[in-house]
Design a protein around this ligand. Structure first.
Ligand code: NAD
Ligand code: ZN
Length: 362
């Protein structure tokens, strides 16, 4: 799949079960990276022991000089402190402007690696090797990078497109159920926003995707990447409103994550809950049909993303949504599906949200 964003060098997203093996050979064909004197593989403490040797062996076999750096697994690695350690390590290795960074891991490693690559010496090339389903279908494509501050997630970052994305489905074999469901939620989100074609394909293939049937997994990744690439191509820097659709399910989802305590529910479980809520809100404010609500419930159930047996008081939920950085002053804005493949960003008055939240609570 070629991602072609106006004003950027087009890049390839390769999906397959031998993509990691072929990484070195692929990078040798890439003008931005082929003659890099030194590559830095950035990975985390979970992914490193599993896949860094295979990655390095492939790169070395292609003639690259390779070093690696391992950061602690988990969201905390997306910090200025860790970015600082990586910058210093890069300088210590003597990396120059023609060197490149290879991000081997999930969205945390990808966001951190993209951020350090885009800032080190005012920007060097980087390659994404996503190893979670979420990173393959969402975070590795689109060019958003960043780190968290105490004041909030992703508050510092850049737009930096990768030179290549190598989604090796073989690495998904070691991913646990919780992380799998996170990827499934983002795929479900994409399908509702994208089209009848994608959504009904998902309804037909949800069990197979939950069971990790290889052809279904590859096709779901490919469909999601095409969706994300199209959205990003229309709105590279999130300035034209088009990219807002990627936030479907995330308004309530982020509030659930925050109020339940981060880590209580997976991001995917929270987003799925947010999609259920937003569709029901759509019935109220955007003419969304009950059939859509029911079909989406069926899809999420089949993907192993059941409705949460948890709620918080409506006023606390509303306050949490108002604290979200995506909420501008005043009314909370929700992405709601008017229909499958047809979404709208709606500023919803507080009293309507509260009424819907009370129903959700009950
Ligand atoms: P993650 O990177 O923390 O990975 C989840 C867990 O799985 C980690 O413990 C990791 O070590 C482990 N892991 C990764 N690959 C593995 C494998 N193959 N086998 C076994 N374990 C493996 O989380 P994530 O869900 O991949 O990404 C979440 C991050 O992505 C968040 O920080 C979020 O902000 C970011 N994100 C960014 C974008 C974007 O556009 N840049 C989009 C969505 C999410
Ligand atoms: Zn998400």
């Amino acid at each position: 799949i070629v991602v072609n964003i106006p004003g950027e060098t087009p890049y390839d997203v390769r999906i397959g079960d031998t993509v990691l093996e072929g990484l070195g050979a692929s990078l040798k064909k890439l003008p931005a990276v082929a003659s890099a004197p030194h590559l830095l593989v950035l990975t985390d403490t979970n992914v490193g022991p599993l896949y860094v040797e295979e990655a390095k062996a492939s790169l070395r076999a292609a003639g690259f000089r390779v070093s690696d750096i391992v950061v602690p697994a988990g969201e905390d690695a997306k910090s200025l402190a860790v970015a600082g350690e990586v910058w210093n390590a890069m300088a210590g290795l003597g990396l120059t402007r023609d060197c490149a960074v290879v991000a081997l891991g999930g969205g945390v490693v990808g966001d951190l690696a993209g951020f350090v690559a885009s800032t080190y010496m005012r920007g060097i090339s980087f390659v994404q090797v996503p190893t979670t389903l979420l990173a393959m279908v969402d975070s590795s494509v689109g060019g958003k990078t960043g780190v968290n501050l105490d004041a909030g997630k992703n508050l510092v970052g850049t737009f930096k497109q990768p030179a290549y994305v190598a989604a090796c489905t073989a690495t998904l074999a070691t991913l646990d159920e919780r992380e799998w469901a996170c990827g499934c939620a983002e795929i479900a989100k994409a399908s509702v926003i994208d089209s009848d074609e994608f959504f009904f394909w998902m309804l037909d293939h949800a069990e197979a995707l939950a069971a990790r049937q290889p052809e279904t997994v590859s096709e779901a990744i490919a469909r999601s990447v095409v969706f994300k690439a199209n959205v990003v191509a229309e709105d590279k820097t999130e300035s034209r409103g088009v990219r807002e659709c990627l936030n479907y399910g995330h308004t309530l989802g982020h509030a659930v994550e925050a109020l339940a305590g981060y880590g209580t529910f997976s991001h995917g479980a929270a987003v799925a809950e947010g999609m259920r809520f937003a569709a029901r809100l759509g019935v109220r404010v955007a003419g969304t049909s009950e059939e859509l609500v029911a079909a989406q419930d069926d899809l999420l159930d089949a993907l192993g993303l059941p409705a949460l047996a948890w709620s918080a008081p409506a006023d606390q939920m509303l306050a949490a949504m108002k604290r979200d950085k995506k909420t501008r002053a005043g009314e909370v804005r929700f992405v709601v599906p008017r229909d499958i493949g047809d979404w709208e960003l709606v500023a919803v008055p507080d009293d309507v949200i509260l009424e819907q939240l009370r129903q959700w609570e009950a």
